[in-house]
Design a binder for this molecule. Structure first.
Ligand code: NAD
Length: 499
């Protein structure tokens, strides 16, 4: 049994609160580690360390800060296998998928190496007689982020890379379900040359989060996780005067038009619906074929593909399509929702209930499920299941299909499969959802664009990564400077205008 720690002022530090959470190996169901849950006093100590370290980091020129990130990228590549293995062992996702989790974080670090350019600011020469005007982007100070279990490498990097590149200190509160990789990332940042205290990792639960939310020193909070917690953190953080961005849950629809290549659409749905056991905020959980004939063709293509999916532990390497879900509670919740779908009249076309993995009977494995004839009033349609369950809602027209996606409370991602450019273009223009795929099932934007949903999938104004991250982690200061010889002539009492 491993006792995990926090990472404070450049060292692994044992928890002192006396509280901890079990960290499971989802494939075997065994408790493999204990994660300390920080008290308010422990969080306050981490904040104080970050506050002490931040001014010197902010005074380090942007190019030198970027060099730390550059070195960090090479260390991530050096340790890729080790990181992926630690990630899979606690999360349950396959090794290639875990390496992808690290890679998509690494790409944002690469983008942040461009910080010297991104932080250049603006300058107007001779804005008035003898007057120059310039805007600087300055760091906020101590910033913090709270991250979910499903991307324990990628999402912490999406937050701390831009925060640090901008000259902030950053306090990471990772998910208590898979905290090992965030600690390893902090160690690698130290090896890359980051001064101690600039990046702190505090493990914990609501108590630690509340300590961050109520600290007068913490200037901003980034959050990624479920919508109810996102709403709570946004409201509390804003009420406490912080800059806050929260990214919440999802129910992503994929519309399949009658003219789509049905093999391509079925392949896309299987990968996007069941990859990572459906534990992705960009997973497709609702297929919307347009017309009954399209629906019948799609289902007939999906069923054999789903029945062939290989479920297993990450130790089976490339031989597995998806692994277990993260905890026994997550598995029970998925099973409860599947049963509600059956009870409420949906047709369970592929029945993954009662799935057991030989040799891993105590693991949190869930078989793949496919529902047909799901309707809007059913719980499996309204709720984010976050498991290997794909629901099919049959629409009779394109308008009905787009209306379904538009009426759903979540607006993270969506996709349309069609061969018709006019339909695709109309869909991309009208849909009220933040990330749209055209014949692309999981349209996660690359690092130099921004990531974010609409509606109940987001709280706040700016997206993650890309240029928005540099806006979120800095504030603008605008200086108007005059160096005239006649300044001693007296004060000006009317508002200055530049003529
Ligand atoms: P979660 O909301 O349970 O937990 C997220 C974080 O909040 C964790 O660090 C957790 O410790 C903390 N937390 C939990 N309960 C809290 C409370 N009562 N008060 C304060 N903090 C609390 O989410 P999860 O199960 O870890 O992750 C899955 C969810 O995240 C899904 O809903 C998924 O859609 C969402 N997600 C969204 C995005 C996105 O970009 N929109 C990306 C990944 C995951």
């Amino acid at each position: 049994m491993t006792d995990l720690t926090h990472w404070i002022n450049g060292k692994r530090v044992k928890g002192t609160s006396g509280r901890s959470a079990d960290v499971f190996n989802p494939a075997t169901g065994e408790v493999q580690a204990r994660c300390p849950l920080a008290s308010t006093a422990e969080v306050d100590a981490a904040i104080a360390g970050a506050q002490a370290a931040q001014p010197a980091w902010a005074a380090t020129n942007p190019q030198r800060r970027a060099r730390v990130l550059m070195k960090f990228v090479s260390l991530l590549n050096r340790d890729m296998d080790k990181l992926a293995e630690a990630l899979s062992r606690e999360h349950g996702k396959t090794l290639p998928d875990a390496a992808g989790d690290v890679q998509r974080g690494l790409e944002v670090v690469e983008y942040c190496i461009g910080a010297p350019h991104l932080l250049k600011g603006e300058f107007t020469d001779s804005a008035g007689p003898g007057i120059d005007m310039y805007s600087m982007r300055q760091p906020l100070g101590v910033t913090a982020g709270i991250t979910p279990f499903n991307f324990p490498a990628m999402i912490p990097m999406w937050m701390f890379a831009p925060a640090l590149a901008c000259g902030n200190a950053f306090i990471l509160k990772p998910s208590e379900r898979d905290p090992s990789v965030p600690l390893m990332l902090a160690e690698l940042m130290q090896e890359a040359g980051l001064p101690d205290g600039v990046l702190q990792v505090v493990n914990g639960d609501k108590e630690a989060v509340d300590a961050l939310l109520h600290s007068d020193i913490v200037q901003s909070i980034g959050f990624v996780g479920s919508t109810p917690i996102a709403a709570y953190i946004y409201a509390t953080g804003c009420a406490n005067g912080k800059r806050v961005q929260c990214f919440g849950g999802a129910k992503n629809h994929m519309i399949v038009m009658p003219d789509a290549d049905m093999d391509q659409a079925a392949d896309a749905l299987v990968g996007a619906g069941y990859g990572a056991a459906g534990e992705r905020c960009m997973a497709i959980s609702v297929a919307v074929p347009v017309g009954d004939e399209t629906a019948d063709r799609l289902i007939s293509k999906l069923v054999p593909r789903i029945e062939k999916l290989k479920v297993g532990p990450y130790t089976a390497g490339n031989d597995v399509d998806f692994g277990p879900v993260v905890t026994a509670a997550a598995k029970a919740n998925i099973e409860r929702l599947v049963q509600s779908g059956v009870d409420q009249g949906a047709e369970l076309v592929v029945d993954g209930r009662g799935f057991a993995m030989q040799g891993y009977e105590e693991g949190f494995f869930v078989g793949a499920h496919l529902f047909d004839r799901v309707t809007k009033d059913m719980d499996i349609y309204k709720t984010e299941i976050f498991g290997p369950v794909l629901s099919t809602v049959r629409a009779q027209t394109y308008e009905e299909a787009i209306g379904l996606a538009m009426d759903h409370e979540y607006g993270n991602g969506t996709a349309i499969f069609t061969r018709d450019g006019d339909t695709a273009r109309d869909f991309a223009n009208r849909i009220n959802i933040g990330m749209v795929g055209v014949n692309v099932p999981i349209p996660v934007p690359l690092a130099y664009h921004t990531f974010g949903g609409w509606k109940k999938s987001v709280f706040g104004d700016l997206n993650q990564h890309g240029p928005d991250a540099f806006k979120f982690y800095t504030r603008t200061k605008t200086v108007t400077a005059r160096w005239p010889s006649g300044i001693k002539e007296g004060g000006e009492f009317s508002i200055p205008v530049m003529e």
